[in-house]
Write a protein that binds this ligand. Sequence first.
Ligand code: HEC
Ligand code: HEC
Ligand code: HEC
Ligand code: HEC
Ligand code: HEC
Ligand code: HEC
Ligand code: HEC
Length: 511
Amino acid sequence: MTRLVLLGLLVALPAVCQNPCASCHPKEVEGYAASGMARSVGRPTGHPEGRVVHDVSASRIVIYQSETGMRHRMVRSARTIEHDVPLFVGSGRTGRSYLAHIRGYLFQSPVSFYAARGGWAMSPGYDDDPSADFTRPVELECLQCHAGGLRPVAGTRNRYHDPAVTVEPISCARCHGRADQHMAEPSRGTIVNPARLPPRARASVCEQCHVAGEVRVPNPGLSVADFSPGMALEDVWTVYVLEREKGAAVSEVKAVSHAELLALSVCAQASEGEMWCGTCHNPHDPATDPKRYYRDRCIGCHGAELFETHDPPTDGCVRCHMPRLSANNVAHAALTDHEILRNPRKKSGGPVARRLTAWGEPPAGLRERNFGLASIEMGERYQYGSAMREGLLLLTAVQEEFPEDTEVMSAMARAHYGERRFTDSVAFLEAAIAREPDRAEHHLYLGSAYLALGRTSEAIDRFERAIELDPGREDAYLNLTALFNAINRTERAREVIRNRDDFLLDGCCGP
Ligand code: HEC
Ligand code: HEC
Ligand code: HEC
Ligand code: HEC
Ligand code: HEC
Ligand code: HEC
Ligand code: HEC
C-alpha cells in the first residue's frame, strides 16, 4: 500500500517539477501543451502495431510492441534485422517518423505512420529504394527543429550522448530564450516576448524551424544550435531558398514553406512589416473554431468596411483565399496556401528555376562565403556542375579572408574533386584535418581523393580512420569495401562488411 502511494508520488512529481513557469502562467502552459509543437517528439508507447510489405527491396517490416517498448523487425531474404524504436517525431497531424536507437546512434526507420491512410508505409524517399533499411542517419538539424535537450557527440553525424532517447519536446526557451533573469525578477521586460521584438527578430523566432530552405549555412564557428530568441536568423546562419515567382504552382517545388508563401502575399507586402506568423497563430491559443478564429484575424486588418464591396462570407475567409494545396503531399511543404491570393485558382503552373536566393542576407563580409558554400552543397545534391563551379569561384576569391575556416576548406575540396583536380582536393582536406583531426567526414573525403590519385594504401588508412571515429557511418564502410574489391582483396572486403553488420545491425541477425 505504502509502496503504491510512493509510486504515485514518483510519477506525479516530475510533471509538477517539469515546468517552472506553470505556477505563474498556467494558461500559457496549458495552451501550449495543446499545440503540435509541444508534442512533436516522444516515446511511441501505445502506438499502433502493423506490417509493411515492400516489393522493391523484397522485405517485410513488422512493427510491434514488446515488453521494452516498440520494435521494428525487417525480414529480407535470409536475414532478419531488428531494432528498438524508442522515439517518434511528429505529432501525427500528417504523420510520424520513427527513430531506431543503435549503439548510441539514431537512424530513421524505413517505415512511417501516415495519418491520411491511417496506417504504416515506407518512409518518405524509401519507396523506390531497393536497399531501404535502418542506415539513414538522424542528424542534429532534424531534432533541433523537433525536440530539445540534445547533446550530440562532436565529430560524428548522428551519435548522441546518452540518453538520446530522453529528448524533450520543444521548450518555452526556444521562443522565449533563457529565463534566469526572469525567474529572479519576474516581470515584463526580463524575458523575450516574441510579439514585442523588432520585425526581423520577431519573424526569426518562428523561422529558425519553419524555414528549412534548400541549404542552411551557419556563419563561421557557429551551428544551428547557437540561435536564441531576440537574434535575427542571419546572425547565426543564412538560409537559401529556391527562387520563386508569385502565383507559381506549388506542386512543382519540393517543399515550400509557409513563410516563403506568406512573403509573396499582398497582405504581408502591403502591411509593411506588421504581418507575421503571430498575426494568425498564437502558440498559446489553439484555434478551436478555425473558421471564426482566422476570419477575426482577417477582419482585424481589413475591417468590417470590407463588406461594403465584398459579400460577407458565411463560413470564413480561408476556404476561398487560403485553400488547401491538394496536389501537394510532399513532407515538410505547406498544406494551406499562405500566399492569400485574390483568386487562388489563378495559380500558374510554370516550372521553377533551380536558383538559390538568400532568404535574408548575412552581414556583408559573409555573403560570398555563405553563398559559395550553399552553391557547392546544392551542386552536389542535384549534380549541377554549374552550381559547383560558381560556388568554387566565389570561395576561391574570398578564401584568404577565412584562413581557419574548415567548412570552406571542405567545400573547396569537394568542388575540386568534382572538377577532377584531385591534388587540390587533397591539399584542402589535409589542411582541414590539421585543424579538425577528429571529424570523420574529412577523413572520408580525403580517402576518396587519395584513391582517385592511385594512393591506395593512404586511402585505406583514411577510410579506416573515418570508421574508427564514427563507426555509425555506413558510407565509410561501403567506400572501403569497394576499394578492397577493386584491388581484389575480397577477403578484406567481406571483413569490412561484417564489421558494418556487427555495428549497424547490432548483432541482432540470424537466418
Ligand atoms: C513567480 C512567477 C513567475 C514565474 C515562475 C514565471 N513568470 Fe513569466 N511573468 C511573471 C510576471 C509577474 C510577468 C509580468 C506580467 C504582467 O506584467 O502582466 C511575467 C511575464 C512574462 C512574459 C511576458 C514578457 C513581456 O515582456 O511581455 C513572458 C513571455 C513570460 N513571463 C514567460 C515566462 C516563462 C517562459 C517562465 C518559465 C521559464 C516564466 N515566465 C516564469 C511571473 C512569472
Ligand atoms: C523549435 C522549432 C520551432 C519553433 C521555434 C517554432 N515552431 Fe512551429 N512547429 C514546429 C514543428 C516541428 C511543428 C510540427 C509539429 C508536429 O505536428 O509534430 C510546428 C507546427 C506549427 C504549427 C501547426 C499547428 C500546430 O500546433 O502544430 C503552427 C501554426 C506553428 N508551428 C506556428 C509557429 C509560430 C507562430 C512560431 C513562432 C512564434 C513557431 N511555430 C515556432 C517547430 C517550431
Ligand atoms: C528546419 C526545421 C526542420 C527540420 C530540419 C526537420 N523538420 Fe520535420 N517539421 C518541421 C516543421 C516546422 C513541421 C510542421 C510544419 C510543416 O510541415 O512545415 C515539420 C513536420 C514534420 C512531420 C509531420 C508532423 C505531423 O504530425 O504532421 C514529420 C513526421 C517530421 N517533420 C519529421 C522530420 C524528421 C524525421 C526530420 C529529420 C530527419 C525532420 N522532420 C527535419 C521542421 C523541421
Ligand atoms: C513556438 C513558440 C513559443 C513557445 C514554444 C512558447 N511560447 Fe510563449 N509566447 C509565444 C508568442 C508568439 C507569444 C506572444 C503571443 C501574443 O501576444 O500574440 C507568447 C507569449 C507568452 C506569454 C505572455 C502572455 C502575455 O500576453 O502576457 C507567456 C507568459 C508565455 N508566452 C509563456 C510561455 C511558456 C511558459 C512556455 C512554455 C510552456 C511558452 N510560452 C512557450 C511563443 C511561444
Ligand atoms: C496585417 C494585416 C492583414 C491581415 C491580418 C490580412 N490582410 Fe489581407 N491585405 C492587407 C493589406 C494591407 C492588403 C492590401 C490592401 C487591400 O487590398 O486592402 C491586403 C490585401 C488582401 C487581398 C487582395 C490581394 C490582391 O491580390 O490584391 C486579399 C484577397 C486579402 N488581403 C485577404 C485576406 C484574408 C483572407 C485574410 C485572413 C486570412 C487577410 N487578408 C489578412 C493586410 C492584411
Ligand atoms: C493570415 C493568417 C495567417 C498567417 C499570417 C500565417 N498563417 Fe499559418 N495558417 C493559417 C491558416 C488559415 C491555416 C489553416 C488552419 C486550419 O486548417 O485549421 C494555417 C496553417 C498553418 C500550419 C499547419 C499546416 C498547414 O499548412 O495547414 C502551419 C505549420 C502554419 N500555418 C505555419 C505558419 C507560419 C510559420 C507562419 C509565418 C511564416 C504562418 N503560418 C502565418 C493562417 C495564417
Ligand atoms: C466565396 C469565396 C470568398 C470568400 C469566402 C471570401 N472571399 Fe474575399 N474575395 C473573393 C473573390 C473571388 C475576390 C476577388 C474579386 C475580384 O477580383 O473582383 C475577393 C476579394 C477580396 C479582397 C480584395 C478587395 C476586394 O474587395 O476586392 C479582400 C481584401 C478579400 N477578398 C478579403 C476577404 C475576407 C477578409 C474574407 C473573410 C471575411 C473573404 N475575403 C472571404 C472570394 C471570397
